[in-house]
Design a protein around this ligand. Structure first.
Ligand SMILES: CC[C@@H](C(=O)O)C(=O)SCCNC(=O)CCNC(=O)[C@H](O)C(C)(C)COP(=O)(O)OP(=O)(O)OC[C@H]1O[C@@H](n2cnc3c(N)ncnc32)[C@H](O)[C@@H]1OP(=O)(O)O
Length: 255
């Protein structure tokens, strides 16, 4: 199965389980995200949602280019991008704290998923970045908008998007993207991080999330995300993008 959902105590853990593809997102994983979000919305006993990836190399490498390269037009791209965009919007607007347990590289859409979460616990070997620029597109799942809402310095955020390269954990901590950098076992790091939060009554966490969601509503977050997705869909159609994807997909064979 391309994903796993585990519910232990008040914690729901969603694991992207495609290690051989560095946990790239395909339709099955998108379905998994929809399933876990529906599950959480129907229950009262979930305190935290944690997203992680299988293995130690990668949290998520973004959209599965071996599948999505078949999408050539702006409309086709918009359909896929907005599907995941809605999933990330539902994730970001959950009334409970969300945690990206970044066990390895988080690039492209993987960096967007992590940025859509409230907290990012990052393994010290992980490299993370909005590398979409190297494919001649922008972030297409709303990640740029979330980044600009995360309270990082404006120039650091914009540079992270425009640099289009993976950052080291040192840099991720310096600019404030990473909440915490950990060494060793990721579940141990999660446990330590959650310990204090879970000692507080869940209604307090929900009340703080309400403040965030109110601000986002006032800032027209949803509309801005939809515009971001449209921009990416427009660039997706370009020759430059298709060439860059082709290069990524054939690079191994050519080496
Ligand atoms: C579509 C939405 C868009 C968005 O809105 O953001 C995107 O997400 S665009 C996609 C952005 N992602 C990429 O450009 C791919 C980035 N991948 C990498 O940089 C690296 O794979 C890695 C994540 C840093 C891991 O490097 P490494 O450990 O050296 O593994 P390999 O590169 O050898 O990969 C192993 C295996 O996995 C395949 N792979 C990796 N990422 C993807 C992907 N996104 N889509 C499809 N396949 C992917 C890679 O091709 C290798 O396959 P094999 O050669 O068949 O073993």
């Amino acid at each position: 199965m391309a994903y796993m959902i585990e519910h232990n105590g008040g914690i729901v853990l969603f694991t992207i389980n495609r290690e051989e593809k560095r946990n790239a997102i395909n339709d099955e994983v998108m379905h998994g995200f929809q399933e876990v979000l529906t599950y959480i919305r129907q229950r009262q006993d979930v305190q935290f949602l944690v997203i992680t990836g299988a293995g130690q190399q990668s949290f998520c490498s973004g959209g599965d280019l071996s599948v999505f390269h078949a999408l050539t037009t702006e409309d086709e791209a918009f359909h896929m991008l907005s599907k995941m965009g809605h999933i990330l919007y539902d994730l970001a607007t959950l009334p409970i704290p969300t945690i990206a347990l970044v066990n390895g590289a988080a690039v492209g859409g993987g960096c967007e998923i992590a940025t859509a979460c409230d907290f990012r616990l990052v393994a010290n070997h992980a490299k993370c970045g909005f590398i979409q620029g190297t494919l001649a597109i922008t972030s297409g799942w709303g990640g740029g908008t979330y980044l600009l809402e995360r309270g990082l310095r404006y120039d650091d955020s914009l540079k992270m998007l425009m640099d289009a390269k993976p950052y080291s954990t040192e840099k991720l901590r310096e600019i404030g993207w990473a909440t915490h950098i950990f060494e060793g076992e990721s579940m141990a790091a999660l446990e330590m991080f959650i310990q204090q939060l879970s000692s507080i009554h869940p209604s307090v966490q929900t009340a703080y999330k309400e403040i965030v969601l109110r601000k986002w509503k006032e800032h027209h977050l949803y509309e801005r995300i939809m515009e971001e997705i449209k921009t990416c869909a427009r660039l997706w159609e370009s020759e430059a993008h298709h060439e860059a994807v082709q290069q990524f997909l054939t690079k191994k064979k050519g080496e």
